[in-house]
Design a protein around this ligand. Structure first.
Ligand SMILES: [Zn+2]
Length: 316
């Protein structure tokens, strides 16, 4: 098995985390299905293999019905410890649920629960407060980012667990990057309307900048702009929200991979279409304190191998 780890989280013996790749699935069209009780028996076997490799086979897996929202759920064990209970955070109202609530972020401070999100081009984001032992897994595409999912989740660390944002480590996994993420002008408007520096999240490739620009421009009557192509940099938007919420820039780590460019490593919805597989990002707290004999104590004993390339690099 092979996966990607964040360099800042990997040495933390109390935290288990991973971003899966498609290398394990190259012979197959579909990705790893993390949903318990769904998918094929082969998916289920594969998922168990992955969790065993992470030494997290005993963890209770928590997952979401992902709907590109800003809904955040706190996960705890149920009264007898055999299952999970999901409670809506923040402005989200409604009753607790026993399985797969609709939302895009999971948060827990309980050891032995493995939070998981699936993605193909959207950003999988893992957050951890190692000091207070709180972790979160987020699925953030443009809709969730526009709805400030990332900033709200950091807020829940503070509100629910009394964490300090400056203690958080953020790992942004492989996702579609600006190079491949051309979007319509309505998204430019939406982000610029929602964020003070929204225009910084876009690269505009316009005819004026192209070598043949002059010829192009002349085709448009005065007062009419040539068509521009906007490329959305979702990672910039994620950084903006993390930093705005108080996370230190030096603690934000980004896996420098574009899912659409790296067909050898990742699934991509934009590249492969609706049938694209999904990668999985997971994070949990090892129940070290409760069961001292069973869990790795030092970084040297940590399970797993590094991914195909080095993963998270801190922005200089
Ligand atoms: Zn790309």
């Amino acid at each position: 098995m092979e996966w990607l780890e964040c360099e800042a989280l990997a040495p933390e013996a109390s935290i288990v985390h991973a971003f899966s790749t498609r290398r394990e699935h190259l012979a197959r069209r579909r990705g790893l299905n993390f949903t318990l009780g769904q998918g094929t028996a082969r998916d289920d076997r594969h998922r168990r293999r992955f969790l065993r490799a992470l030494k997290a086979a005993d963890f209770l897996p928590a997952s979401l019905r992902q709907i590109h929202s800003a809904n955040i759920w706190q996960v705890v064990r149920n009264a007898n410890g055999s299952g999970l209970l999901y409670t809506p955070c923040g402005a989200a109202s409604g009753a607790s649920q026993k399985s797969e609530p609709s939302g895009d972020a999971l948060l827990t401070d309980e050891p032995g629960i493995l939070l998981g999100v699936r993605s193909a081009d959207c950003m999988p984001i893992l957050l951890a407060d190692v000091r207070r032992q709180v972790v979160a897994a987020l699925h953030a595409g443009w809709r969730g980012t526009l709805a400030r999912l990332i900033e709200k989740t950091v807020g829940e660390f503070e509100r629910t667990f009394g964490c300090r944002p400056e203690d958080l480590i953020a790992a942004i996994g492989p996702s579609i990057r600006a190079c491949c993420y051309e979007v319509g002008e309505e998204l430019v408007d939406a982000f610029c309307g929602q964020f003070v520096h929204g225009e910084r999240f876009f690269f505009h490739l316009s005819p004026e900048r192209s070598p043949a620009g002059g010829a192009w421009l002349s085709q448009y009557p005065p007062g009419h702009s040539p068509p521009r192509s906007a490329h959305l940099d979702l990672v910039a938007a994620a950084r903006d929200q993390l930093e705005g919420a108080g996370v230190k820039p030096s603690r934000i780590h980004v896996a420098e991979f574009c899912t659409a460019c790296r067909e050898d490593l990742f699934f991509s919805y934009r590249r492969d279409g609706a049938r694209a597989g999904r990668m999985m990002a997971v994070i949990g707290i090892r129940p070290e304190k409760r069961d001292p004999g069973r869990w790795p104590r030092s970084p040297a004993q940590l399970p797993g191998r590094r991914g195909p390339d080095s993963i998270a690099r801190t922005r200089p």
